[in-house]
Design a protein around this ligand. Structure first.
Ligand code: RFL
Length: 383
Protein backbone atom coordinates (compact mmCIF):
# COMPACT_ATOMS: atom_id res chain seq x y z
CA UNK A 1 0.00 0.00 0.00
CA UNK A 2 1.15 3.52 -0.71
CA UNK A 3 1.84 5.84 2.24
CA UNK A 4 1.70 9.62 2.10
CA UNK A 5 5.41 10.18 2.59
CA UNK A 6 8.33 7.76 2.72
CA UNK A 7 11.10 9.41 4.72
CA UNK A 8 14.62 8.12 4.15
CA UNK A 9 16.90 8.80 7.12
CA UNK A 10 16.30 9.20 10.86
CA UNK A 11 18.55 12.16 11.60
CA UNK A 12 17.23 15.49 12.88
CA UNK A 13 15.71 16.33 9.46
CA UNK A 14 13.83 13.06 8.95
CA UNK A 15 12.62 12.85 12.54
CA UNK A 16 11.33 16.42 12.74
CA UNK A 17 9.61 15.90 9.40
CA UNK A 18 8.06 12.62 10.54
CA UNK A 19 6.71 14.11 13.76
CA UNK A 20 5.24 17.14 12.01
CA UNK A 21 3.63 15.04 9.28
CA UNK A 22 1.97 12.78 11.88
CA UNK A 23 0.66 15.88 13.65
CA UNK A 24 -0.98 16.85 10.37
CA UNK A 25 -2.56 13.44 10.03
CA UNK A 26 -0.26 12.29 7.24
CA UNK A 27 0.67 8.67 7.05
CA UNK A 28 4.44 8.18 6.80
CA UNK A 29 7.19 5.66 7.37
CA UNK A 30 10.85 6.32 8.15
CA UNK A 31 13.52 4.02 6.71
CA UNK A 32 16.87 4.16 8.51
CA UNK A 33 19.98 2.29 7.42
CA UNK A 34 21.51 1.95 10.88
CA UNK A 35 20.17 0.34 14.01
CA UNK A 36 18.52 2.41 16.72
CA UNK A 37 21.48 2.33 19.12
CA UNK A 38 23.84 3.66 16.44
CA UNK A 39 21.48 6.49 15.50
CA UNK A 40 20.93 7.45 19.14
CA UNK A 41 24.63 7.29 19.98
CA UNK A 42 26.06 9.52 17.27
CA UNK A 43 27.50 12.68 18.86
CA UNK A 44 27.64 15.57 16.42
CA UNK A 45 26.05 18.96 16.88
CA UNK A 46 25.17 20.72 20.08
CA UNK A 47 24.22 24.34 19.43
CA UNK A 48 20.58 24.96 18.67
CA UNK A 49 19.60 28.38 17.36
CA UNK A 50 16.50 30.17 18.74
CA UNK A 51 14.51 29.51 15.57
CA UNK A 52 15.13 25.76 15.76
CA UNK A 53 14.23 25.79 19.46
CA UNK A 54 10.99 27.66 18.69
CA UNK A 55 10.05 25.10 16.04
CA UNK A 56 10.74 22.21 18.40
CA UNK A 57 8.93 23.90 21.29
CA UNK A 58 5.94 24.90 19.18
CA UNK A 59 5.49 21.29 18.08
CA UNK A 60 5.81 19.62 21.45
CA UNK A 61 9.29 18.26 20.74
CA UNK A 62 11.34 20.25 23.22
CA UNK A 63 10.68 18.74 26.64
CA UNK A 64 14.18 17.22 26.87
CA UNK A 65 16.08 20.21 25.59
CA UNK A 66 14.13 22.61 27.77
CA UNK A 67 14.78 20.41 30.83
CA UNK A 68 18.40 19.49 30.19
CA UNK A 69 19.74 21.98 27.62
CA UNK A 70 21.95 24.82 28.73
CA UNK A 71 21.58 28.42 27.67
CA UNK A 72 24.67 29.95 26.09
CA UNK A 73 25.03 33.64 25.41
CA UNK A 74 28.75 34.32 25.10
CA UNK A 75 31.78 33.35 23.08
CA UNK A 76 35.36 34.39 23.46
CA UNK A 77 38.19 34.90 21.04
CA UNK A 78 41.87 34.39 21.81
CA UNK A 79 44.92 35.28 19.78
CA UNK A 80 48.42 36.65 20.29
CA UNK A 81 46.71 40.01 20.81
CA UNK A 82 44.86 38.84 23.92
CA UNK A 83 41.35 37.70 24.67
CA UNK A 84 37.90 39.23 24.51
CA UNK A 85 34.39 37.99 25.18
CA UNK A 86 31.34 38.76 23.06
CA UNK A 87 28.09 38.62 25.01
CA UNK A 88 26.09 37.91 21.89
CA UNK A 89 23.00 37.31 24.00
CA UNK A 90 23.01 41.07 24.67
CA UNK A 91 23.88 42.11 21.11
CA UNK A 92 21.85 42.18 17.88
CA UNK A 93 18.47 40.53 18.49
CA UNK A 94 19.66 39.48 21.97
CA UNK A 95 19.04 35.76 21.67
CA UNK A 96 20.81 32.75 23.19
CA UNK A 97 21.78 29.32 21.91
CA UNK A 98 20.49 26.22 23.61
CA UNK A 99 23.24 23.64 24.00
CA UNK A 100 21.83 20.14 23.80
CA UNK A 101 23.71 17.20 22.29
CA UNK A 102 22.34 16.12 18.93
CA UNK A 103 22.14 12.47 19.96
CA UNK A 104 19.86 13.40 22.86
CA UNK A 105 17.66 15.43 20.54
CA UNK A 106 17.52 12.47 18.16
CA UNK A 107 16.55 10.18 21.04
CA UNK A 108 13.75 12.58 22.07
CA UNK A 109 12.52 12.86 18.48
CA UNK A 110 12.40 9.07 18.05
CA UNK A 111 10.45 8.70 21.32
CA UNK A 112 8.03 11.43 20.30
CA UNK A 113 7.54 9.91 16.85
CA UNK A 114 6.80 6.46 18.28
CA UNK A 115 4.43 7.98 20.87
CA UNK A 116 2.54 9.61 18.00
CA UNK A 117 2.14 6.13 16.52
CA UNK A 118 4.80 6.63 13.83
CA UNK A 119 6.43 3.73 12.01
CA UNK A 120 10.19 3.59 11.74
CA UNK A 121 12.23 0.73 10.28
CA UNK A 122 15.80 0.55 11.50
CA UNK A 123 18.46 -1.41 9.66
CA UNK A 124 16.74 -0.76 6.34
CA UNK A 125 18.81 0.81 3.58
CA UNK A 126 17.23 2.62 0.66
CA UNK A 127 19.07 1.73 -2.56
CA UNK A 128 17.15 3.47 -5.26
CA UNK A 129 14.37 6.03 -5.54
CA UNK A 130 12.22 6.06 -8.65
CA UNK A 131 9.20 8.35 -8.62
CA UNK A 132 7.57 7.52 -5.31
CA UNK A 133 9.07 4.05 -5.04
CA UNK A 134 11.97 3.32 -2.72
CA UNK A 135 13.87 0.12 -3.37
CA UNK A 136 15.20 -1.35 -0.17
CA UNK A 137 18.31 -3.55 0.06
CA UNK A 138 17.18 -7.13 0.49
CA UNK A 139 13.56 -6.12 1.18
CA UNK A 140 10.26 -5.11 -0.33
CA UNK A 141 9.84 -1.75 -2.09
CA UNK A 142 8.08 0.99 -0.17
CA UNK A 143 5.95 3.44 -2.10
CA UNK A 144 4.80 6.89 -1.13
CA UNK A 145 2.94 9.72 -2.78
CA UNK A 146 6.13 11.60 -1.93
CA UNK A 147 9.62 10.60 -0.85
CA UNK A 148 11.60 12.82 1.52
CA UNK A 149 15.35 12.32 1.22
CA UNK A 150 16.61 13.14 4.72
CA UNK A 151 19.50 10.74 4.39
CA UNK A 152 22.41 13.10 4.74
CA UNK A 153 25.12 14.20 2.43
CA UNK A 154 26.07 10.79 1.07
CA UNK A 155 22.52 9.53 0.81
CA UNK A 156 20.53 8.21 -2.08
CA UNK A 157 18.15 11.22 -2.11
CA UNK A 158 20.82 13.66 -3.16
CA UNK A 159 22.39 11.14 -5.57
CA UNK A 160 19.02 10.63 -7.25
CA UNK A 161 18.43 14.34 -7.78
CA UNK A 162 21.94 15.03 -9.08
CA UNK A 163 21.76 12.00 -11.39
CA UNK A 164 18.71 13.65 -12.94
CA UNK A 165 20.53 16.89 -13.61
CA UNK A 166 20.19 18.98 -10.43
CA UNK A 167 23.42 20.92 -10.16
CA UNK A 168 25.47 21.73 -7.08
CA UNK A 169 27.31 24.85 -5.99
CA UNK A 170 30.34 23.79 -3.99
CA UNK A 171 33.16 25.26 -1.96
CA UNK A 172 36.14 23.54 -0.39
CA UNK A 173 37.47 25.57 2.53
CA UNK A 174 40.79 23.77 2.12
CA UNK A 175 41.10 23.06 5.84
CA UNK A 176 40.21 20.17 8.10
CA UNK A 177 39.42 19.92 11.79
CA UNK A 178 40.22 17.16 14.19
CA UNK A 179 36.91 16.97 16.06
CA UNK A 180 37.53 15.71 19.58
CA UNK A 181 34.93 14.72 22.14
CA UNK A 182 36.39 14.70 25.63
CA UNK A 183 35.01 13.33 28.89
CA UNK A 184 35.80 16.61 30.60
CA UNK A 185 33.75 19.52 31.88
CA UNK A 186 33.96 22.71 29.81
CA UNK A 187 37.15 24.69 30.46
CA UNK A 188 35.62 28.06 29.68
CA UNK A 189 32.32 29.69 30.55
CA UNK A 190 31.79 30.40 26.83
CA UNK A 191 32.40 28.98 23.37
CA UNK A 192 36.09 29.54 22.69
CA UNK A 193 37.70 30.39 19.35
CA UNK A 194 41.50 30.53 19.39
CA UNK A 195 43.46 31.92 16.46
CA UNK A 196 47.02 30.67 16.36
CA UNK A 197 49.88 30.48 13.87
CA UNK A 198 49.72 26.69 14.27
CA UNK A 199 46.05 26.76 13.28
CA UNK A 200 42.61 27.30 14.79
CA UNK A 201 41.48 25.63 18.02
CA UNK A 202 37.91 25.62 19.30
CA UNK A 203 36.16 24.82 22.58
CA UNK A 204 32.42 24.08 22.64
CA UNK A 205 30.40 22.96 25.61
CA UNK A 206 28.19 19.91 25.30
CA UNK A 207 27.19 18.83 28.81
CA UNK A 208 28.53 19.33 32.34
CA UNK A 209 30.89 16.38 31.78
CA UNK A 210 31.53 16.35 28.02
CA UNK A 211 33.22 19.01 25.91
CA UNK A 212 33.94 19.24 22.20
CA UNK A 213 37.27 20.57 21.00
CA UNK A 214 38.44 21.26 17.48
CA UNK A 215 41.99 21.46 16.15
CA UNK A 216 42.64 22.64 12.63
CA UNK A 217 44.79 19.98 10.96
CA UNK A 218 46.16 19.29 7.50
CA UNK A 219 43.99 17.52 4.91
CA UNK A 220 44.63 13.82 5.05
CA UNK A 221 45.46 13.84 8.76
CA UNK A 222 44.88 10.42 10.30
CA UNK A 223 43.14 10.84 13.69
CA UNK A 224 45.04 7.73 14.86
CA UNK A 225 48.22 9.86 14.78
CA UNK A 226 46.76 12.07 17.49
CA UNK A 227 47.31 10.54 20.92
CA UNK A 228 45.51 12.01 23.93
CA UNK A 229 48.77 13.62 25.00
CA UNK A 230 49.33 15.21 21.65
CA UNK A 231 45.74 16.51 21.56
CA UNK A 232 45.91 18.15 24.99
CA UNK A 233 49.39 19.58 24.39
CA UNK A 234 48.34 21.10 21.08
CA UNK A 235 45.11 22.46 22.55
CA UNK A 236 47.06 24.01 25.41
CA UNK A 237 49.44 25.71 22.97
CA UNK A 238 46.78 27.06 20.65
CA UNK A 239 44.43 28.06 23.47
CA UNK A 240 47.38 29.79 25.13
CA UNK A 241 46.87 28.19 28.51
CA UNK A 242 50.21 29.59 29.74
CA UNK A 243 48.59 33.01 29.54
CA UNK A 244 44.93 32.27 30.22
CA UNK A 245 44.92 29.24 32.50
CA UNK A 246 44.69 25.47 32.05
CA UNK A 247 42.11 23.35 30.27
CA UNK A 248 40.14 20.73 32.18
CA UNK A 249 41.44 17.55 30.61
CA UNK A 250 39.77 14.17 30.39
CA UNK A 251 39.66 10.98 28.36
CA UNK A 252 39.18 11.41 24.63
CA UNK A 253 35.90 9.68 23.77
CA UNK A 254 36.01 10.24 20.02
CA UNK A 255 38.29 11.84 17.46
CA UNK A 256 37.44 12.28 13.81
CA UNK A 257 38.66 14.41 10.96
CA UNK A 258 36.12 16.74 9.38
CA UNK A 259 37.09 18.24 6.02
CA UNK A 260 35.47 21.65 5.82
CA UNK A 261 33.37 21.63 2.68
CA UNK A 262 30.14 23.36 1.79
CA UNK A 263 27.67 22.79 -1.00
CA UNK A 264 24.09 23.61 -1.88
CA UNK A 265 21.85 21.95 -4.45
CA UNK A 266 20.27 24.40 -6.87
CA UNK A 267 16.87 22.83 -6.14
CA UNK A 268 15.52 21.15 -3.01
CA UNK A 269 13.49 18.66 -5.00
CA UNK A 270 11.27 17.98 -7.94
CA UNK A 271 8.19 15.89 -8.64
CA UNK A 272 7.81 13.32 -5.89
CA UNK A 273 11.28 13.59 -4.35
CA UNK A 274 12.17 16.37 -1.89
CA UNK A 275 15.26 16.73 0.27
CA UNK A 276 15.95 18.30 3.66
CA UNK A 277 19.00 18.75 5.89
CA UNK A 278 22.48 17.64 4.90
CA UNK A 279 20.97 15.85 1.90
CA UNK A 280 20.08 19.25 0.42
CA UNK A 281 23.41 20.80 1.26
CA UNK A 282 26.42 20.45 3.46
CA UNK A 283 27.56 23.43 5.48
CA UNK A 284 30.98 23.66 7.09
CA UNK A 285 30.69 23.40 10.89
CA UNK A 286 32.42 26.75 11.49
CA UNK A 287 29.19 28.48 12.51
CA UNK A 288 27.31 25.40 13.81
CA UNK A 289 24.41 25.73 11.38
CA UNK A 290 23.96 22.18 9.99
CA UNK A 291 21.51 20.69 12.47
CA UNK A 292 19.64 23.99 12.67
CA UNK A 293 19.13 24.15 8.94
CA UNK A 294 17.92 20.55 9.07
CA UNK A 295 15.21 21.44 11.62
CA UNK A 296 14.11 24.61 9.84
CA UNK A 297 13.93 22.92 6.42
CA UNK A 298 12.07 19.92 7.79
CA UNK A 299 9.42 22.16 9.34
CA UNK A 300 8.92 24.04 6.09
CA UNK A 301 8.86 20.79 4.06
CA UNK A 302 6.25 19.28 6.41
CA UNK A 303 3.90 22.20 5.82
CA UNK A 304 4.46 22.07 2.07
CA UNK A 305 3.95 18.29 1.83
CA UNK A 306 0.77 18.52 3.89
CA UNK A 307 -0.64 21.18 1.58
CA UNK A 308 0.48 19.34 -1.53
CA UNK A 309 -1.18 16.13 -0.33
CA UNK A 310 -4.38 17.93 0.69
CA UNK A 311 -4.79 19.78 -2.58
CA UNK A 312 -3.08 17.43 -5.02
CA UNK A 313 -1.00 20.35 -6.14
CA UNK A 314 2.77 20.75 -6.10
CA UNK A 315 2.87 24.55 -5.95
CA UNK A 316 3.36 24.57 -2.12
CA UNK A 317 6.55 22.52 -2.58
CA UNK A 318 7.92 25.00 -5.08
CA UNK A 319 7.09 27.83 -2.69
CA UNK A 320 8.83 25.95 0.15
CA UNK A 321 12.00 25.60 -1.92
CA UNK A 322 11.81 29.25 -2.96
CA UNK A 323 11.61 30.30 0.69
CA UNK A 324 14.28 27.94 2.02
CA UNK A 325 17.07 28.42 -0.48
CA UNK A 326 17.76 32.08 0.39
CA UNK A 327 17.86 31.09 4.09
CA UNK A 328 20.32 28.33 3.34
CA UNK A 329 22.50 30.74 1.38
CA UNK A 330 22.34 33.28 4.17
CA UNK A 331 23.70 30.66 6.59
CA UNK A 332 26.43 29.75 4.11
CA UNK A 333 27.43 33.37 3.71
CA UNK A 334 27.94 33.70 7.47
CA UNK A 335 29.69 30.33 7.75
CA UNK A 336 32.09 31.49 5.06
CA UNK A 337 32.65 34.71 7.00
CA UNK A 338 33.37 32.70 10.17
CA UNK A 339 35.68 30.37 8.30
CA UNK A 340 37.86 33.21 7.05
CA UNK A 341 37.89 34.66 10.56
CA UNK A 342 39.04 31.38 12.12
CA UNK A 343 41.49 30.11 9.49
CA UNK A 344 44.44 32.11 8.29
CA UNK A 345 46.24 31.06 5.14
CA UNK A 346 49.33 28.86 5.40
CA UNK A 347 52.76 29.96 4.37
CA UNK A 348 54.68 33.18 4.46
CA UNK A 349 54.36 34.63 1.01
CA UNK A 350 52.80 38.01 0.24
CA UNK A 351 49.32 36.56 -0.25
CA UNK A 352 49.42 34.58 3.00
CA UNK A 353 50.60 37.63 4.95
CA UNK A 354 47.79 39.68 3.40
CA UNK A 355 45.21 37.02 4.31
CA UNK A 356 46.43 36.81 7.90
CA UNK A 357 46.46 40.57 8.33
CA UNK A 358 42.84 40.69 7.11
CA UNK A 359 41.95 37.93 9.57
CA UNK A 360 43.26 40.05 12.43
CA UNK A 361 41.59 43.19 11.09
CA UNK A 362 38.29 41.31 11.12
CA UNK A 363 38.93 40.14 14.67
CA UNK A 364 39.73 43.68 15.73
CA UNK A 365 36.49 44.98 14.18
CA UNK A 366 34.64 42.35 16.15
CA UNK A 367 36.39 43.41 19.33
CA UNK A 368 35.80 47.13 18.94
CA UNK A 369 32.87 47.95 16.64
CA UNK A 370 29.34 47.63 17.93
CA UNK A 371 27.96 47.35 14.38
CA UNK A 372 30.17 44.29 13.72
CA UNK A 373 29.22 42.78 17.05
CA UNK A 374 25.52 43.19 16.27
CA UNK A 375 26.09 41.67 12.82
CA UNK A 376 27.85 38.75 14.46
CA UNK A 377 25.16 38.17 17.08
CA UNK A 378 22.33 38.34 14.56
CA UNK A 379 23.97 35.86 12.20
CA UNK A 380 25.50 33.60 14.84
CA UNK A 381 22.14 32.86 16.44
CA UNK A 382 19.99 33.41 13.35
CA UNK A 383 18.79 31.09 10.61
P1 RFL B 1 22.06 13.06 9.39
O1 RFL B 1 22.08 13.43 10.80
O2 RFL B 1 23.33 12.72 8.71
O3 RFL B 1 21.02 11.87 9.24
C1 RFL B 1 20.89 11.16 8.02
C2 RFL B 1 20.39 9.76 8.36
O4 RFL B 1 20.15 9.03 7.15
C3 RFL B 1 20.63 7.71 7.29
N1 RFL B 1 20.86 7.18 5.92
C4 RFL B 1 20.07 6.26 5.33
N2 RFL B 1 18.98 5.61 5.74
C5 RFL B 1 18.42 4.73 4.87
N3 RFL B 1 18.88 4.49 3.62
C6 RFL B 1 19.99 5.13 3.17
N4 RFL B 1 20.43 4.90 1.94
C7 RFL B 1 20.63 6.08 4.04
N5 RFL B 1 21.71 6.88 3.91
C8 RFL B 1 21.82 7.54 5.06
C9 RFL B 1 21.87 7.86 8.13
O5 RFL B 1 22.22 6.64 8.78
C10 RFL B 1 21.43 8.94 9.13
O6 RFL B 1 20.86 8.41 10.29
O7 RFL B 1 21.40 14.22 8.50
P2 RFL B 1 20.31 15.39 8.87
O8 RFL B 1 19.08 14.81 9.49
O9 RFL B 1 20.18 16.18 7.64
O10 RFL B 1 21.03 16.25 10.02
C11 RFL B 1 22.16 17.04 9.74
C12 RFL B 1 23.03 17.16 10.98
O11 RFL B 1 23.28 15.87 11.49
C13 RFL B 1 24.35 17.88 10.68
O12 RFL B 1 24.12 18.99 9.83
C14 RFL B 1 25.04 18.40 11.94
O13 RFL B 1 25.43 17.35 12.78
C15 RFL B 1 26.26 19.26 11.60
N6 RFL B 1 27.01 19.68 12.79
C16 RFL B 1 26.56 20.71 13.58
N7 RFL B 1 25.40 21.36 13.27
C17 RFL B 1 24.92 22.33 14.10
O14 RFL B 1 23.87 22.91 13.78
N8 RFL B 1 25.57 22.71 15.26
C18 RFL B 1 26.74 22.10 15.65
O15 RFL B 1 27.27 22.43 16.73
C19 RFL B 1 27.29 21.08 14.78
N9 RFL B 1 28.44 20.43 15.12
C20 RFL B 1 28.19 19.00 13.14
C21 RFL B 1 28.88 19.39 14.32
C22 RFL B 1 28.71 17.95 12.36
C23 RFL B 1 29.88 17.31 12.74
N10 RFL B 1 30.34 16.28 11.91
C24 RFL B 1 30.53 14.96 12.36
C25 RFL B 1 30.41 16.49 10.47
C26 RFL B 1 30.05 18.75 14.71
C27 RFL B 1 30.57 17.71 13.91
C28 RFL B 1 31.85 17.05 14.36
Amino acid sequence: AQVGVVIVGAGPAGLVLGNLLLDRGIDCVILERRDRAAVEGRARAGFLAPRAVRILTGNGLAAGLLARGQTHTACLFRSDRGEFTLDYGKLGPGEPHTVYPQQELVRDLIDAYLRRGGRIRFGVEAEEITDGRVRVRGGTDVTGRYVAGCDGHRGIGRATLTAHGTRTARWDHGVSWLAVLAAAPPSLPATGYALHERGFAGHMARTASVTRYYLQCPRGTDPADWSEDRIWTELATRMRTAEFGPLREGAVLEKARVDLRSDVLESLGTGRLWLAGDAAGLISPSAAKGANLAVVQAESLARALAEALAHGDEAPLARHAGACLPRIWHAHEFSQWMSTLLHGPDGDDDTARYGRALQYARLESLRTLRSHQDFFAENYTGI
